[in-house]
Design a protein around this ligand. Structure first.
Ligand code: AHG
Ligand code: MN
Ligand code: MN
Ligand code: MN
Length: 281
């Protein structure tokens, strides 16, 4: 029941967040814990979601990319921790490209393992606003608007991979990763838009792989385990795909701290298996 209420909150907040973006495209003159420049929209969406989730019985902790510590917002027996990337791909707001919201529901206080996720989902602010939720072994996509949500049916990752997209500057990739990419690009079509949500949704739609690798200059990569990598891995694995940090499923990761980053790969099982074989142990 708590999970249902959490995603009712997300479906309710999504049209409001979308409608609030045009007037909040300016920089907020602040940085978050992982060093991102914040937009007014990042800070505003974070505060909005914090208040909405705090009102849900059974949500004991709220944590987000935009705030340093997890905040205690409830005291239910067996309460959940909700971890949020309020606006994913917020640098896309300036150029009017897609962005999203990511939500992970963990059954333990954070930091927690990916295995602590009981549900995860995301909103994609694209030509239409959709919410995709993974829970109880199924992934469902909904159309979301001011009137509520409409079930668009189950999401299953297609069998044949078609698209790929990888983050980071190519000269900063490791040689092993670069040779893996050279093989992938022989077979698949490049799609990279700079918002993980939108890029992963293409993989969910067409099959393929999205990744943000460990870089020479930053071996842990860019994406944050609790707020981005593990929730999206939960969605992709539940839809029949696979995930990896380069060596193991992202759901087997156990971050030591709230804002820890991890190399992140999600997509078709065959491509993730090839990736793990290509990277050194
Ligand atoms: P956020 O906007 O939440 O900080 O996340 C940005 C992330 C992710 O969405 C995307 O895949 C990646 O950063 C893009 O990074 P590059 O600009 O380095 O490609
Ligand atoms: Mn950010
Ligand atoms: Mn993000
Ligand atoms: Mn963000």
């Amino acid at each position: 029941m708590v999970v249902e209420r959490v995603f009712d909150v997300v479906a309710d907040a999504a049209p409001e967040i979308r409608a609030g973006l045009p007037e909040r495209r300016a920089k907020a003159a602040s940085e978050n814990v992982t060093g991102d420049e914040q937009l007014e929209a990042d800070v505003w969406a974070d505060d909005l979601l914090r208040d909405r989730f705090a009102a849900v019985d059974g949500v004991n902790w709220y944590a987000s990319e935009e705030r340093e510590d997890a905040e205690t917002v409830g005291d239910a027996a067996d309460g959940y921790a909700v971890a949020v990337d309020p606006l994913d791909g917020s640098s896309n707001v300036k150029s009017n490209n897609p962005c999203g919201t990511v939500v992970g529901v963990y059954e333990d206080p954070l930091p927690a393992s990916g295995r602590s996720l009981v549900a995860a989902g995301f909103v994609l602010y694209g030509p239409i606003t959709t919410m995709t939720v993974a829970h109880d072994g199924d992934v469902t996509e909904y159309l979301v608007d001011d009137d509520g949500r409409t079930d668009l049916g189950p999401v299953e990752l297609p069998g044949d991979p078609l698209v790929y997209g990888f983050g980071g500057r190519v000269p900063d990739w490791t040689p092993a990763f670069e040779s893996f990419v050279r093989e992938v690009e022989d077979e698949l079509k490049l799609r990279y838009g700079g918002a993980m949500i939108a890029d992963v949704n293409q993989v969910l739609t067409y099959g393929g792989v999205f990744g943000y690798p460990g870089l020479e200059s930053r071996p842990e990569g860019k994406l944050r385990a609790h707020f981005e990598s593990m929730p999206m891995a939960f969605v992709v694995e539940t839809a029949g795909g696979a995930s990896s940090d380069g060596a193991q499923s992202l759901l087997d990761c156990s971050p030591d701290s709230l804002h820890e980053r991890t190399p992140t790969f999600v997509g078709s099982e065959s491509v993730i298996a090839d990736l793990e074989a290509a990277l050194p142990d």
